[in-house]
Design a protein around this ligand. Structure first.
Ligand code: PGA
Length: 248
């Protein structure tokens, strides 16, 4: 069975004290359950927040560099972020792809470095609006996965988590319907079954992201192939994030 996960991607939001207060409230408010809770603050806060979270919440980074060290001004390696408490990183968020021009090849390198280091990751995929409107969303997402993820061996893939985040739903308030999410998640699982095995497909968590909030999480999480959510805006307030966690 895939692990249930609710992860908050804070993006470039929250001052340090706000992040601390939010982690405090999440720690106080989440019911003991089988849901793994994760937050992805700016890397600047990782050390402090991971100490505060004390293993009850997983603290990760929104990005990392595929190189081990060297002249890469402004970048951070996996060993650096691990040394301050990060145990997981996002790879290929649509904002990294679109704004920072990260290519499938760049993301493949990050996946490989993460696997080599035993660093967990959430690999993000999802189609832009014009491809959904053209009925090409399945092909597009499959191509993204084949280009950067499906070269891994079965053991290596098990280290990863997949987040399906349709670009048109991110930060727009326009959520995929539970039917649209379930359809894509079921396809992703069937591709893993074809390429690997049904057992691997069942063990990889597939999260939905894109305007998932406290109003729609219950319906989305009730879908058999939706193992949780990667939450942006609704993860910035304890009340909505806690409701999402408790929506399972
Ligand atoms: P959103 O962002 O929930 O604000 O749409 C999700 C994401 O970008 O991961």
């Amino acid at each position: 069975m895939a692990q249930k996960i609710v992860a908050g991607n804070w993006k470039m939001n929250l001052q340090f004290e706000e992040g601390e207060a939010l982690v405090n409230e999440i720690l106080r408010g989440s019911r003991a359950s089988d849901v793994a809770v994760m937050v992805f603050p700016t890397s600047l806060y990782v050390q402090s927040l991971s100490e505060q979270a004390n293993g009850e919440i997983t603290v990760g980074v929104q990005n990392f560099n595929a190189n081990e060290k060297g002249a890469f001004t402004g970048e951070m390696s996996i060993s650096q972020v691990e040394s301050v408490g990060a145990s997981i990183g996002l790879i290929g968020h649509s904002e990294r792809r679109a704004i920072f021009h990260e290519t499938d090849a760049d993301l493949k390198l990050k996946v490989d470095t993460a696997v080599e280091k035993g660093f967990k990751f959430i690999f993000c995929c999802g189609e832009p609006l014009e491809l959904r409107e053209a009925g090409k969303e399945f092909n597009f997402v499959k191509t993204q996965l084949e280009a950067s993820l499906f070269h891994l061996s079965a053991d290596q893939l098990e280290n990863g988590i997949i987040a399906y985040e349709p670009v048109w739903a991110i930060g727009t308030g326009k959520t995929a319907s539970s039917q649209q999410a379930e359809e894509m998640h079921a396809e992703i699982r069937s591709w893993i079954t074809e390429r690997y095995s049904a057992q691997i497909a069942d063990s990889v968590s597939i999260l939905y992201g894109g305007s998932c909030n406290n109003k729609n999480a219950k319906e989305l999480f009730a879908c058999p192939n939706v193992d949780g959510g990667l939450i942006g805006g609704a993860a910035l307030k304890a009340e909505s994030f806690l409701e999402i966690i408790n929506a399972f």
